[in-house]
Design a protein around this ligand. Structure first.
Ligand code: HEM
Length: 521
């Protein structure tokens, strides 16, 4: 009896809460679809945190899914494989729609046309990064290139690093990657056709390219120093993406409560900073005189004169430190994940491996390619483009922020709105790509209908990936070397890799094993 009264009471309470949620969310939904002049008077008076209504300045007709009180569209943002979910919403709400999260309004862009309008055509309106409590904690107070907001100081920082990267890669990039590709070949030969998970080997190869460029060092997979560095960088990326931590950005009151994952994140950030400080101190001890590395190059050109004010801007120690973090995080997991995706798709379509191998062999007569050979290797380039389209490894880029009132596709976008370029969605837009979910490298061959203009895996405009050039040479040389020397086979015909993957900040494959068979040369 007691139980049934309790159950009935609980059911009544749940029903009332549910009614309230449905009522409010229907009202909210109606409001966002009303014409201008929407009145907040129609909304019941709720405490501020409960009533977070769309800012009245946002175009009222910007479409979007219904919202829940307090949560807004938070549940949409916690969905498994967010890029696929946002792309599904685009089919219903169009190529530009809005989501609410706490007091933040987000505008999601899902086609290359609207992404290009925001990031390239109106780059100065949308070059900002949203301030975030946790982002500040992992970026030394917002001093990294990737998370720093757009300002004169940020612009000078990016330009100084861009020039230093250009100087230090101009002569050596090809040979640095070539060395790692040959080292990777030896590692794969040593497996002697045992089924293996290659993800760690790809991470080591990509990481060694960056550490060689940044401070002139490369590591074996078993090196404690490398394990230490990657252990903490991976932990930071995965902890930072966890809902226990991102909730702190939207709900400041929660920052006062104990939060063990956040404490762990802070410990990993401290460990990362100590490791990087050691490396930078080593290069500094030599005064950066030995040259060749990014750090040495930066030490020699720490300043630039602002175009706008003619004032000298000097890079601080924190900015230099965060540059190394930017390159390590931006340049390791991305390239490694892309290589894992490529092998996974090739296991599904072995005839593509054969076609690339035959092209390499007939054009280069057994030689290894140079990056300058790419124009003679159209099928290899088509494979690379198709993989960048199907699995853009930074599927939602990095959030942008409107620096001033502006517009996209005719919708008014107020200052401070968060703008998410859904690159995954743009690359699966059925208006642009025939059969967008199929793996068809041929679409990028002449007359195949693939559009290089609609391909935006590196973003665009002022925030274009800083490592785009390095990444393009890496993807080309690593893929060419791997497919020239090896055939990739599934562990068994029934065990082909999953092609959906796991989406965090980086879109990764689920673990899978592969047999690597050397080609008879
Ligand atoms: C397959 C490889 C890669 C892909 C697909 C990729 C993609 C991207 C994307 C989409 C962004 C965000 C652009 C935006 O905010 O609109 C980005 C930013 C960035 N990437 Fe990459 N990236 C790759 C490799 C690299 C490499 C090798 C490095 C370093 C050597 C790097 C360093 C960075 C940095 C520092 C940023 C921040 C730029 C800024 O905020 O101004 N990335 N990347």
């Amino acid at each position: 009896m007691y139980v049934s009264v309790l159950t009935a009471g609980t059911a009544a309470l749940l029903f009332t809460v549910w009614k309230l949620i449905v009522h409010l969310s229907a009202q909210r939904h109606r409001q966002t679809h009303l014409g201008g002049g929407q009145s907040t008077a129609a909304v019941p008076k709720l405490p501020h945190t409960l009533s977070h209504l769309p800012p009245p300045s946002l175009s009222p007709s910007l479409p979007g899914p219904p919202t829940l009180p307090l949560l807004g569209n938070m549940l949409d943002l916690t969905r498994d494989h967010l890029p696929i979910h946002l792309t599904t919403l685009a089919r219903r709400y169009g190529n530009i729609y809005r989501l609410y999260c706490g007091s933040t309004t987000m505008v999601i862009l899902n086609s290359s046309e609207v992404i290009r309008e925001a990031l390239v055509k109106k780059w100065s309106d949308f070059a900002g990064r949203p301030p975030s409590y946790t982002g500040g904690k992992v970026s030394g107070g917002g001093w990294s290139i990737s998370l720093g907001d757009y300002s004169k100081g940020w612009k000078a920082h990016r330009r100084i690093v861009h020039s230093a990267l250009h100087r230090c890669t101009a002569d050596s990039l090809h040979s640095v990657i070539e060395k790692q590709a040959l080292h990777l070949k030896q590692v794969l030969l040593d497996y002697r056709e045992r089924p293996v998970d290659l993800s760690e080997d790809f991470t080591v190869a990509a990481s060694n390219v960056i550490t060689t460029l940044a401070f002139g060092k490369s590591y074996e997979k078993s090196s404690a120093e490398l394990q230490n560095l990657h252990g903490c960088l991976n932990e930071i990326v995965s902890l930072w993406g966890s809902p226990w931590i991102s909730v702190l950005d939207s709900f400041p009151l929660l920052r006062r409560l104990p939060n063990p994952p956040f404490s762990r994140l802070m410990k990993e950030v401290a460990r990362r900073d100590e490791l990087i400080r050691d490396h930078l101190d080593e290069v500094k001890k030599g005064g950066g005189k030995e040259g060749g590395t990014l750090t040495a190059s930066l030490l020699q050109h720490l300043e630039e004169t602002s175009e706008e004010t003619a004032q000298k801007i000097t890079l601080t120690d924190t900015q230099m430190h965060m540059t190394t973090v930017d390159l390590l995080i931006g340049g390791t997991e991305t390239t490694a994940a892309w290589l894992s995706w490529t092998v996974a798709f090739l296991l599904h379509r072995p005839e593509v491996q054969t076609a690339v191998y035959e092209e390499l062999f007939s054009v280069l007569k057994g030689q290894y390619p140079q990056y300058s050979d790419r124009h003679r290797l159209p099928y290899l380039c088509a494979l690379i483009n198709e993989m960048l389209r199907l699995r853009p490894v930074a599927p939602l880029a990095v959030p942008h922020k409107a620096k001033r009132n502006s517009s996209i596709a005719g919708y008014f976008i107020p200052e401070n709105t968060v703008v998410i370029p859904n690159l995954f969605g743009a690359h699966h837009d059925p208006e642009v790509w025939t059969d967008p979910y199929s793996f068809r490298p041929e679409r990028f061959l002449e007359g195949g209908g693939g559009s290089l203009r609609a391909l935006m895996p590196f973003g665009g405009g002022a925030r274009l990936c800083l490592g785009e050039t390095i990444a393009k040479v890496e993807l080309f040389l690593f893929t060419a070397y791997l497919l020239r020397d090896f055939q990739f086979l599934p562990e068994s015909p029934e065990e082909l890799p999953d092609l959906r993957g796991v989406a965090t900040v980086v879109l990764k494959t689920k673990p899978y094993r592969v047999i690597v068979r050397p080609r008879a040369q």
